[in-house]
Design a protein around this ligand. Sequence first.
Ligand SMILES: [Zn+2]
Length: 309
Amino acid sequence: MNNLTLIKHEKTGIVQYHLSDQKVRQKLLVVAVGLFLLLFAAGALFGAFVLNDSNAEQQKIKDLQALVELRQQELIQHKKSVQNDIDSMSLQIGKLMAHSTRLNALGDRLTVVADISQEEFNLTEEPGIGGTEPELTGEVNTPQSLYEHLFNLEDTFTQQQENLNILAQLLNEQSLEQNATPHVMPLKQGWISSYYGKRIDPFTGQQANHPGMDYSGSYDSEIVAAADGVVVWAGKRSTYGNMVEIDHGNGFVTRYAHADKIHVELGQKVTAGELIAIMGKTGRATSEHLHFEIIKNGHKVNPLPFVNS
Ligand SMILES: [Zn+2]
């Protein structure tokens, strides 16, 4: 204890402190505690600074990691979205291809019905496109704009298909109409022996009106339908002898008279050029021949313009 003595003399300014002194010991303790607290506070402050700094760094890293994760998610979403776009576009292209196939099939059918040569009308052939230098609009192709083009194309295809269907129907009707109008020479191998109109009657020798056209031919010449139709008479009919009458359903009726044998029945459907009877001389006939009549809307007309070709 004696060697731990602090001295302060009044006169020299030196003050003596002895540790044995209670007050001195208390003062020293206070000073020591104060110093300790000061040091502790400094350490804590320093530690807080350093730790705080490290926490901020960690937060920054966490933030960056979150950002990377977010970008990754965005990338995945984007990839999905692009894939969806591609899928959707592929679907659209598939639809257009199906449209195109149908249009080609329609085109083929039309060329047959309309009797157009394949060289003249070929939908499978790429159409010629070109022209002068194009004026660029400056717009960029986006998936959206491509979609619009694809959808517009689909609409165009649909419209074209409808138009072609209507055209095919019209052509079909026209072809049906044509087939139902007398156009085939009614005697397969024969020649005209008497025309329609005024002539000397072979029975009376007097001027008379001949309401049809006569054909002569070799023995057993075949009589054929002049157009598509339905047999409405097949048998004997007064001066006509064995006669076939065909209704063509469009105001036209044809009659084939003086037949030897009849090869069709009442109600039978016949097509142009089909065998209906064999030439003969039944009824009011001087010799074997075919008397042919065309009745248009109830009136007998000159058959020559119809079957001349
Ligand atoms: Zn006649």
